[in-house]
Design a protein around this ligand. Structure first.
Ligand SMILES: Cc1ncc(COP(=O)(O)O)c(C=O)c1O
Length: 487
């Protein structure tokens, strides 16, 4: 494969050659292998000339190097098991068994899973809520500094930026306070693989050359995880892990990656990552510029809505902690109206054939990327204008929503490995959870193993269920797992 030839082209050419596969996979690239045979054409294993992801030194090394150049980090790894395996490897390479670690409490479940697997002692940063939209705010660098001074044994800090709803924290400032204290910063940027490259715009930086700003932010974190599949043209499960500097033991990181990545990484997925990087090099700038234009037109069309509100920085109080907001995450708030976010999302699906990314109690989330054309943005804006004309203000006043946090009674690993019983949610107040309870998406635990479930948490879980939202960790009979109490 030459530098010019993509992995996909090399695989296609190979599939047309006269090499006969006396090896895995079992479909043998045969056109007779069922209705998905077309997909198997470029699905090979580690054969001569096609390198090995676990010890890349040929075509896969080159493809990863290409991605690395695009992001400007020190080293980049392809991930075929999603950001999930990048998060697991990053956290476990940064903290040894039994170490302390500081987590933003709104991290994705994969971060908690790493803490359980490594038996970590967890300290929390509890983000505030942006009351206007009932979503988590950004992370305050000063508060991270204060917590690290209070818990100096923490080896690493893990934050999510941007959040599922697109809230971006001041990563450069957070990196500064973390590094001043000799700690490792892991940024779960699963939702931000598009930020800081090819002139992608954010709300605050619209119209400015943001590449230098965001690039600098990113370079300062030690480990960064990107889901290519979430916001860029790449197949589901594809992701990247970036490393900077020498605070993280790279030998250990490699070892963890080889534990969490399949020993048979899919060439279809790897070709997709290579293709995504090449696409961005060629068309990224032009497409992100169009996305900025589509976003502006969308904002113009929806600026006079009476009830529905589109999440924007300009609508927020100065006291909010966020540094920026991703324009690809359209938070559609129906707070204070007579419908819920779930109902809005149902209307958009059933009446307008617009399938949203997620729905919560007071908002729904539409994800837009550089691959959305004007038509998609317009359909969404037109539907919202129509729906806005049909809904009303709620009669009763909306209550302020605060994040629900429960007190930690046992370490996560201890609770996870304790004897458990299943009890109805309504009886769970006061009991120590043996499980994660989380509305999905976004997969941020409301309760983690070891936390004592309080009344607010019970009410919140019941609210989610009543709204028709899916809550992982609650059975279809409405039961959750708690640690058996020893009399
Ligand atoms: C913030 C965050 N981190 C990590 C992940 C895991 O990503 P993946 O699905 O690529 O494994 C997700 C998935 O939704 C996420 O929202």
């Amino acid at each position: 494969m030459s530098g010019e030839e993509s992995l996909y082209q090399a695989l296609s050419a190979y599939s047309e050659s006269d090499f006969y596969p006396c090896h895995m996979p079992g479909h043998k690239r045969s056109p007779l292998s069922g209705e998905m045979a077309d997909f198997y054409r470029i699905d090979i294993t580690e054969i001569s000339g096609f390198d090995n992801l676990h010890q890349a030194e040929g075509v896969l090394w080159e493809a990863q190097k290409r991605a690395n150049r695009l992001y400007g980090t020190d080293e980049t790894f392809f991930l075929v098991n999603g950001s999930t395996c990048g998060v697991l490897a990053a956290v476990m390479a940064a903290a040894k068994p039994g170490d302390e670690i500081l987590l933003a409490r709104n991290c994705h479940k994969s971060v908690y899973h790493a803490a359980i697997l490594q038996g970590l002692q967890v300290r929390y940063y509890r983000p505030e809520m942006i009351q206007a939209y009932d979503i988590f705010d950004g992370i305050r660098p000063k508060e991270i500094a204060r917590l690290l001074d209070q818990f100096p044994c923490c080896r690493a800090v893990v934050i999510t930026s941007p959040t599922y709803e697109g809230i971006i924290s001041d990563v450069a400032e957070i990196a500064a306070v973390v590094h001043e204290r000799g700690k490792i910063l892991i940024v779960d940027e699963a939702h931000g693989a598009h930020l800081g490259i090819c002139g992608a715009e954010t709300e605050k930086d619209k119209g400015l050359d943001i590449e230098s700003k965001r690039g600098a932010d990113e370079r300062r974190a030690d480990l960064i995880i990107h889901s290519l599949h979430k916001t860029l043209p790449s197949m589901t499960q594809t992701a990247l892990l970036h490393v900077n500097g020498d605070r993280v033991d790279r030998v250990k990181l490699h070892k963890y990656l080889s534990m969490f990545q399949s020993s048979s990484p899919s060439y279809v997925l790897m070709a997709s990552m290579d293709s995504c990087v090449r696409f961005l090099e060629k068309y990224g700038r032009e497409r992100f510029a169009s996305m900025g234009q589509h976003y502006k037109a969308f904002c113009k069309k929806t600026e006079n809505l009476n009830h529905i509100r589109i999440g924007k920085m300009t609508e927020l109080s100065e006291n909010c902690a966020l540094a920026d907001w991703d324009i690809g995450k359209i938070v559609i708030s129906v707070k204070g109206t007579n419908i819920t976010g779930k109902e809005l999302s149902d209307i958009l699906r059933e009446q307008y054939h617009l399938e949203l990314e997620m729905a919560a109690q007071t908002y729904a989330l539409s994800m837009m990327t550089l691959m959305d054309e004007e038509k998609g943005w317009q359909r969404l804006a037109d539907a919202l204008v129509e729906i806005d004309g049909r809904i009303e203000k709620k009669q009763t006043q909306s209550v302020e929503k605060n994040a629900v946090f429960c007190e930690m009674k046992l370490s996560m690993s201890e609770a996870f490995h304790s004897p458990r019983e299943e009890i109805p949610v309504k009886n769970a107040s006061g009991r120590v959870s043996a499980d994660f309870v989380m509305p999905y998406p976004p997969g941020i635990p409301l309760v983690v193993p070891g936390e004592q479930i309080n009344e607010e948490a019970v009410r919140e879980i019941e609210n989610y269920l009543d709204t028709g939202l899916y809550v992982q960790g609650v059975s279809s009979e409405g039961r959750i797992g708690v640690v058996v109490e020893i009399p």
